[in-house]
Ligand binder design. Structure first.
Ligand code: PLP
Length: 418
């Protein structure tokens, strides 16, 4: 599943002990495994080989340039949601014809530069946006590909903050409006409605919600066919869940077994936008124990990483496994502790009431499965410098982002006399 394993009681990333990385680069530190990253991309690719989908890795999950470059070199396209992500995609060397762009709030500037670059497709989320892209494409005298993001109104059975395919969510266009748009497509002279897009949520551990959404979209495609409307692409989004705790998500093969027959039936070219599945288990956050603290009712392990480094527990009450970098057995008698960061918020925690082996100040802990929505959601809250990032390939270690400096924190500020 991933390349973070104990060898002789020391936690390794591929061929490198992570404790040596913590000592060399300091903590908090993000550590990624190249083999795990590319391994997950390849798993998806081979599971869906019969239809050869265009896999567009979702940049938002982890947007480090070296991660993007590695995936692009392996053949991946990129799914972007902002001008900043387009900038990164180009810097990472992604061919424009492998870039798809979703977001409910694309600005004129972002649309302009995407058209100039010649991206494969915009995933359009509203009628107003459709009109705007049509207008801007007209200025360039171009016809641009768009896919309509359908909101299929299905329940993905995941956290409400990462549910995106219900009609109460802000994303996509309902079937009736989508039908109306397609029938009236002559009104959009500068758009080629070449496909449909769905993305129903994230950390989805079962195939059923996808099956439900794809069945709905397939019958819509059939309805369009009967009216003489042909499409080229179906983009099924991302959302594949990974193991954080005791989840039992379907493997890429099991997922493919369930949905491949449905996708084949559409006769369309398939695009996928996985983020978490590819990078989630390819990264850990290394942190150092600063203090042990007991109150009359609790024991706390205070570490040097905080919610600014990894916000998922604070934001979604998300579970991350926590392992000591030097293996210590955790007998039944192990004490329950809260693992907390230094930030001035009670939401600043990595684990609550967790049975952990007894650690000491100075020990290192690995917060597992932190590769997706970890660094990419990091902030400077409490004027904390964002962590460094390294990637391991076999026995080699590459620094792929320096730890921020104090100067970085104030670089863009302008001090005025008031
Ligand atoms: N595509 C779109 C449009 C998204 O909004 C997201 C995540 O929010 C993704 C793909 C990637 O999702 P995941 O990381 O769950 O695969």
């Amino acid at each position: 599943m991933h390349e973070f394993k104990y060898k002789n009681n020391r936690l390794y990333c591929e061929g490198v002990s992570v404790e040596t990385l913590a000592k060399k680069f300091g903590t908090p530190l993000y550590v990624y495994s190249y083999a795990t990253l590319i391994g997950h991309y390849n798993k998806l690719k081979s599971a869906f080989k019969p239809i050869e989908p265009l896999i567009c890795y979702s940049v938002k999950a982890n947007s480090n340039l070296s991660i993007l470059k590695a995936l692009v070199s392996a053949g991946s396209g990129l799914d972007i949601v902002s001008g900043g992500e387009l900038f990164r995609a180009i810097k990472a060397g992604c061919p424009a014809k492998r870039i798809v762009y979703a977001s409910v709030g694309k600005t004129d500037g972002e649309i302009r530069v995407s058209i100039k670059r010649g991206i494969l497709s915009f995933n359009v989320e509203s009628i107003a946006e459709l009109e705007n892209i049509n207008r801007i494409a007209g200025i360039f005298n171009k016809v641009v590909n768009i896919s309509i993001r359908i909101n299929p109104d299905v329940e993905p059975k995941t956290h409400k903050f990462i549910t995106t395919g219900k009609l109460t969510n802000k994303f996509g266009i309902d079937f009736d409006n989508a039908h109306e748009i397609i029938i009236q497509r002559h009104k959009f002279a500068n758009l080629n409605i070449s496909g449909l897009h769905i993305h129903i949520g994230s950390q989805i551990t079962e195939a059923d919600p996808y099956v439900a959404a794809i069945l709905k979209v397939t019958s819509f495609i059939q309805k369009l066919k009967e009216r003489g409307v042909g499409l080229e692409y179906l983009n099924i989004g991302g959302g594949l869940g990974i193991v954080y705790d005791k989840e039992n998500p379907q493997t890429a093969e099991k997922f493919a077994q369930k949905i491949l027959p449905l996708l084949k039936k559409t006769g369309l070219k398939i695009i996928m936008e996985p983020g978490r599945f590819i990078v989630g288990n390819a990264g850990i956050l290394l942190t150092k124990v600063l203090y042990l603290k007991s109150t009359p009712v609790k024991k706390f392990v205070v570490v040097d990483a905080g919610m600014n480094d990894l916000v998922r527990p604070a934001l979604y009450d998300a579970y991350h496994q926590i392992l000591p970098t030097s293996y210590i057995p955790c007998p039944e008698s192990c004490e329950k502790v809260d693992v907390v960061g230094p930030i001035c918020e009670s939401a600043d925690y990595f684990a609550k009431g967790r049975k952990l082996p007894s650690v000491l100040a100075g020990d290192y802990l690995a917060v597992m499965s932190a590769g997706a929505y970890g660094f990419s959601m990091a902030s400077n809250y409490n004027s904390r410098r964002r962590a460094a990032e390294v990637i391991v390939k076999g026995n080699k270690v590459f620094l792929i982002r320096k730890r921020e400096s104090f100067m970085d924190l104030i670089r863009d500020e302008i001090v005025v006399e008031l």
